[in-house]
Structure formats: structure tokens, C-alpha cells
Design a protein around this ligand. Structure first.
Ligand code: ASP
Length: 310
């Protein structure tokens, strides 16, 4: 089986001056995931490591660079899923850790549970030796400015135009034919304290099943949860739709039924892939057959051969 990895850096509107930062971030993440697959690594590790690259990059709304809640603090959600046995781990409303996706993987592998939240998640992180870092180190100037702007405007976060641009995700197929997904986010800007969105919820922020494929989503979390977007797309694929048709059908259903917009990346167990969105833009990158694909704008698929060393 030829390995494939696809990543996204969030759906929404990307202003021109930030486009290059998003583009290079998703490319680096996809190359990191592919490198792991190329060396015989498994799909779960590839999606985890790809997401770590994006969590560490302040351009994106996940880990360092997360948007702020109504009190100006970072609270993050993340999920990872292994398509081999449908095991999954998630964390929600976690603070003061650099890489929520690593904690989600530990929940999957070291506990009998699937989702740990808030204080319990922090205690578990400590017990696993994950260092606690000052919350401020996750806050970028851009998130602070945006938070202030929203406060002044008195805007409500629960509208489709307030998508927390920059949620990150990855899906992969490894050489054994296993699929996996991972998604990580700071959520919506100026959200209520304790608000948990789609990202931490299985079937909404992501889903992976070796029998079908894997999906990671981004967009207005409450809308994604109403239609369980990731599982809905896999359901359409099970019914015989192509990856593109299923992704478009899922996004169309979310638009017409609950007026929600967003984006998705998907792979199937045959190693096909797609990246689709109903927002103005979504940064994404994919690697397959030694080619790196990347795009931000509708219809764009910039293809370059893989660098010699990745
Ligand atoms: N889905 C994320 C959330 O609602 C936000 C995003 O994808 O931009 O928490």
C-alpha cells in the first residue's frame, strides 16, 4: 500500500499577508507525516506528528496560537482515532500544555476512557509526565488582538462568520493500509469558558475506520456537531459515493440543514484523498506518490515533487 497523508490548517478566511505562513506550515506538517510513513511508521503516529508541527506553529489556532475564550485564556480540544480497532482518545477544555494531540493519544492508549476534560485531563497529563507550561506562552499577538477586537465589537462567537480560523487536522493511510485521523483546536474566538466544540467529539471533529477511510473536519463547531460531519461523510462513502462526492454532500447538508460552513480532508482505504471546503479558504497539503500537493483557494492544487530529504 502506498502511504498518503493529508493535513489542514483550518477553514475560514485567510488574509493575503498570512497566506504564505499558512502554506508553508501545512507543507511542513504534511512532509513530517509522510516522512514517518515512508520509514514504515504507522498512520496514528503520522497524524499525531503532523498535528504537533501545526500546534507548534503560531499561525494556527491550535496549541501555540490558539484563539482566546471570553476571559482571554486558552482552552483547547483535540482528538485522535485509530481506524484499525476504532479506538480513540480526546481531551477538551485543556489549558497550559503545548500539544493537546499528544495527550489525546495517551488517553487513547493508557486509559479505559475516550475523553478527558479540563481539570481531570490536566491531572492525567501530569501523571504522564507532560510538562505544565504558563498559559501565556500559548498566546500569540494575533489571538490577543482578535480577542480585543471581538470584545469591543461585542460580537457573539456562535455565528458562522466567527469561525476560529486555523484549527488543524491530519488524516493518513500507512503502508499496512491502516487509516487514522487527528484534529486539534483552540476553538472559537471569545467562546464561553468551558465551551467544547466538535473537535473533541468522535464523529464530529474526526473519525477513522479501516473499512472505509478517515476524515478530519474544521469549521463552525456547533454546526459540525449537529450533523456529525466526519461520520456523515464516511457514511456517504460507505453508500458508494466517491471521496469528493461524499465530502461535498456532507458540507452541502451542513449548509442547507443548519446553515453551517467548514472544511474537510479525507482519505479512503484505497489510498485516495481529497480536501474540500465551503468557506472562502482552507489551507491544506497532501503527499502521495512522492508529490506534495498544497492549496488555500478554491480549485487550487499546486503540485511539486517531494524534496530529496524531507
Ligand atoms: N471547529 C472548531 C470549533 O468550533 C473551529 C474551527 O475549526 O475553526 O471549535
Amino acid at each position: 500500500m502506498k502511504p498518503v497523508v493529508v493535513v489542514h490548517g483550518g477553514a475560514g478566511v485567510i488574509v493575503h499577508e498570512n497566506a504564505e505562513g499558512y502554506r508553508s506550515g501545512v507543507k511542513r506538517a504534511a512532509l513530517r507525516g509522510y516522512d514517518i510513513l515512508r520509514q514504515g511508521g504507522d498512520a496514528v503516529t503520522a497524524v499525531e506528528e503532523a498535528v504537533v508541527v501545526l500546534e507548534d506553529d503560531p499561525h494556527f489556532n491550535a496549541g501555540n496560537g490558539s484563539v482566546l475564550n471570553e476571559e482571554g485564556d486558552v482552552e483547547m480540544d483535540a482528538i485522535i482515532m485509530d481506524g484499525k480497532d476504532l479506538s480513540s482518545g480526546a481531551v477538551s477544555a485543556v489549558r497550559c500544555i503545548a500539544n493537546p494531540i499528544k495527550l489525546a493519544r495517551l488517553v487513547m492508549e493508557k486509559t479505559d476512557h475516550m475523553l478527558l476534560t479540563c481539570e481531570g485531563a490536566s491531572r492525567f497529563a501530569k501523571s504522564q509526565g507532560i510538562p505544565e507550561i504558563p498559559g501565556e506562552t500559548l498566546i500569540s499577538e494575533r489571538s490577543k488582538e482578535r480577542w480585543k477586537k471581538n470584545l469591543n465589537a461585542g460580537s457573539k462567537p456562535n455565528t458562522t462568520c466567527q469561525i476560529g480560523m486555523g484549527t488543524v487536522g491530519a488524516v493518513a493511510v500507512d503502508s499496512q493500509g491502516n487509516v487514522a485521523c487527528a484534529t486539534s483546536t483552540g476553538g472559537l474566538s471569545n467562546k464561553m469558558v468551558g465551551r467544547v466544540g466538535d473537535t473533541a467529539c468522535i464523529g464530529s471533529g474526526g473519525y477513522a475506520d479501516n473499512n472505509i477511510g478517515a476524515v478530519s473536519t474544521t469549521g463552525h463547531g456547533e454546526s459540525i456537531m449537529k450533523v456529525t460531519l466526519a461520520r456523515l461523510i464516511l457514511h456517504y462513502m460507505e453508500q458508494g459515493m466517491s471521496l469528493e462526492e461524499a465530502s461535498d454532500a456532507g458540507l452541502n447538508f451542513m449548509k442547507t440543514r443548519v446553515d453551517g460552513i467548514g472544511g474537510v480532508i479525507a482519505v479512503n482505504s484505497a489510498g485516495e484523498w481529497t480536501a474540500k471546503f465551503s468557506t472562502k479558504q482552507m489551507s491544506w497539503a497532501a503527499v502521495k506518490d512522492e508529490n506534495l500537493h498544497c492549496g488555500i483557494y478554491l480549485g487550487e492544487n499546486e503540485i511539486t515533487p517531494l524534496p530529496e530529504t524531507v
